[in-house]
Design a protein around this ligand. Structure first.
Ligand SMILES: [Zn+2]
Length: 352
């Protein structure tokens, strides 16, 4: 499968938190070529490959869920009121297309917005409030949502195609974190030999509080964990022009996020791997969290780190990444897995 096909398949898949089934089927298929596949009881899917039965248990986690919405209720006129799933900024929602999944199938809709002609001067200045927004799936009189049997709890995601832009920039919805899913899916295909017991986990419900990662940690009980996810690019107008986090900066090694300070020896080992292999990388930080936020404090503690790549416009209908950064991230993850053996783990665990 060609890389862009994999990106298209993963980013266009339907999968808000709690409704990851379509993405789970895709990931299970990619894992099954070379790994044994299982799920935990919350819905995460895990591929396992025994590279060395005496080697450390290495867990790579990428979350399958995307930010989306859920039907709250249907108005008498047949419009849908909705709840956000994950972090949304209402400004990016107006006039966007969405897919509503009901027991009668998928329905396309629009998040309605008032025409400027119908707004008072004061109203135009104010950002919209989430609970005032609504979805129109084709309302005539009191028909519309009623005909589709839309019910509270039905999940909703943005409609957005995978599109390569100029210069190797790739636009799609849900790069957060289908990019991590792509990395571990590709890794499963190119596995080869490695000196550890490798667990690739496509997790559920990260966007609502790292929930899937918690149960995966319980199942795997890893010795080392790495989250593969997006970090934030600062190279758009109005951002800090000195920031290191930009398209072309390669793989991101997170030295800090709101949920974790990584294991320092693991961080240094990964930087060393990048330098030895000539892989472009940069050190960065983020306000927010990754799956490793809960994995690293599971049981007696798990040396962990998050790796990412600079992304633009995430948590909206169209986000963007840079293909060369993806290649750097994939290469770094793969090279790390190839080199992480029992001896390295001992060094990582040495605190005295
Ligand atoms: Zn994420």
């Amino acid at each position: 499968m060609e890389r862009h096909e994999l990106f298209k398949e993963l980013t266009e898949a339907f999968g808000p938190s709690g409704y990851e089934g379509d993405v789970r089927a895709i990931m299970a298929r990619h894992f099954s070529g070379s790994m044994s596949v299982s799920t935990d009881r919350l819905g995460s899917v895990i591929g396992f490959h025994d590279g060395d039965a005496k080697g450390p248990k290495v867990l790579l986690a990428a979350h399958m869920d995307e930010v989306g919405f859920m039907v709250k209720h249907v108005t008498k006129q047949g419009y849908i009121r909705f709840l956000p799933i994950g972090g949304w900024w209402p400004q990016v929602l107006l006039s966007q297309r969405v897919k509503v999944r009901t027991r009668k199938g998928d329905f396309e809709g629009i998040i309605g917005s008032k025409a400027p002609h119908a707004m008072k001067e004061e109203e135009r200045k104010k950002p919209p409030e989430m609970d005032k927004l609504f979805i129109d799936i084709g309302v005539v009189g009191e028909k519309g949502a009623a005909d589709a049997e839309v019910r509270p709890g039905d999940p909703v995601v943005p409609i957005s195609e995978f599109r390569p832009l100029a210069n190797g920039v790739l636009a799609a919805k849900a790069w957060d974190d289908r990019v991590g899913c792509a990395v571990i899916a590709e890794l499963a295909r190119e596995l080869g030999s490695h000196p550890n017991r490798l667990y690739l986990a496509a997790t559920v419900q990260e966007e609502v509080g790292l929930r899937g990662a918690r149960t995966v940690a319980g199942l795997v009980e890893p010795d080392v964990a790495i989250a593969v996810d997006v970090s934030l690019s600062s190279d758009t107008p109005g951002e800090d022009s000195d920031a290191v986090e930009r398209f072309g900066a390669g793989a991101a090694v997170l030295v800090y996020d709101s949920t974790m300070i990584p294991n320092v020896a693991l961080r240094d080992f990964i930087c060393e791997v990048a330098e030895k292999e000539g892989i472009k990388y940069h050190l960065t930080s983020l306000r927010g969290g990754y799956d490793t936020g809960v994995i690293h404090i599971s049981k007696i503690g798990v040396p962990s780190i998050a790796l990412g790549l600079p992304s633009r416009y995430i948590h909206s209908h169209v986000s963007a990444i840079y293909e060369e950064d993806y290649v750097a991230l994939f290469s770094l993850v793969k090279a790390t897995v190839k080199r992480l053996d029992g001896k390295k783990l001992k060094g990582i665990l040495k605190f005295a």
